[in-house]
Design a protein around this ligand. Structure first.
Ligand SMILES: NC(=O)c1ccc[n+]([C@@H]2O[C@H](COP(=O)([O-])OP(=O)(O)OC[C@H]3O[C@@H](n4cnc5c(N)ncnc54)[C@H](O)[C@@H]3O)[C@@H](O)[C@H]2O)c1
Length: 281
């Protein structure tokens, strides 16, 4: 899809990291923007920054794990701007640690935000996009953790594999319509964002009251915080995403290691070997 000034972008998780960079890139491209996030102060900050970039923008506080919230987000976008051309389903959280030590709340949080959030958005936005007959494109943020696996990150990687599968199925379904609506999937490696402190936005219904801090969780979160701090800048990711949308690419990797890692994974599958651990860089 060619992106042109006046088109409308909706970005979830726009209060921080990759989402904020995508919203700012949309502003720099002359788009009108609906920014959504669960964290109101950071969302307000993003909307202010979009205004400073000269964009028309609104902020809609949204918990993507809640279907009604996402329906309200779509209502707000169509009421304010009358169209949605680019939908970036980017909100996400990291929930890790040894799988068997995780509570159902840990699992439900990861799946609720990283998978249900996408399902809600497909149901809320796609019918309106198909009806509108204007070019529209959906970018779902998954992860390299949706293509390769490793230890200490079961809930996160599982939710991201589901995000990749969902987006492939979505692309197939959209093709059957013959309409100008398409989808792609962003599969980043390490990006310098606040993902290591995802727990700051964990919903009350998924907090395990009275649980002692778990050493396996503390270990993997510290490792993630340290490794993402040395990662790629979110602004570079936003450029890759906009280029990929314009090129019509389905897969949007961020680092060259993507190619070696998926090749190695497929070799392991062909040879029936145990999967090699992800090399996140
Ligand atoms: N940073 C990385 O290394 C990396 C790598 C691969 C994939 N990703 C993915 O990129 C996406 C963006 O994450 P990021 O790295 O920018 O982290 P981030 O924490 O900086 O930003 C995530 C944003 O999502 C928001 N959010 C969290 N739960 C939400 C909810 N229920 N509803 C709405 N908003 C919610 C947060 O408030 C935050 O503003 C996520 O899907 C993440 O899984 C990140």
């Amino acid at each position: 899809m060619q992106i042109s000034p006046g088109m409308v972008a909706v970005v979830t998780g726009a209060g921080s990291g990759i989402g904020r960079a995508l919203a700012e890139k949309a502003a720099q491209s002359g788009m009108r923007i609906v920014a959504a996030d669960i964290e109101q102060p950071r969302l307000d900050d993003t909307v202010a920054s979009l205004g400073q970039l000269g964009a028309e923008a609104i902020g809609v506080r949204t918990d993507v794990s809640v279907e009604d919230d996402v329906m309200r987000l779509a209502d707000a976008a169509y009421a304010e701007f009358g169209a949605v051309n680019l939908l970036c389903n980017n909100a996400g959280v990291f929930s890790g640690g040894l799988m068997w030590e995780r509570t159902m709340a840990d699992w439900k949080w990861a799946m609720g935000v990283n998978l249900d959030g996408l399902i809600h958005a497909v149901r809320a936005f796609v019918p309106r996009m198909l009806e509108a007959e204007t070019p529209s494109h959906i970018v779902n943020t998954a992860s390299m953790g949706g293509l390769v696996t490793g230890a200490y990150s079961g809930p996160y990687f599982t939710s991201k594999f589901a995000a990749v599968g969902l987006t492939e199925c979505l692309a197939h379904d959209l093709r059957t319509t013959g309409k100008n609506v398409s989808a792609s999937v962003l599969v980043p490696s390490l990006i310098n964002t606040n993902i290591g402190t995802s727990g700051r936005n964990r919903q009350e219904r998924w907090v395990d009251r009275g649980r002692e801090p778990a050493p396996d969780v503390e270990f993997v979160e510290a490792m993630l915080t340290e490794s993402t701090a040395a990662g790629m800048a979110p602004t570079e990711v936003a450029v890759l995403v906009f280029d990929a949308v314009e090129a019509g690419n389905f897969w949007i990797p961020t680092q060259p290691s993507y190619h070696d890692q998926i090749r190695a994974r497929h070799d392991d599958m062909q040879e029936l070997r145990h999967p090699a651990p992800a090399q996140l860089d």
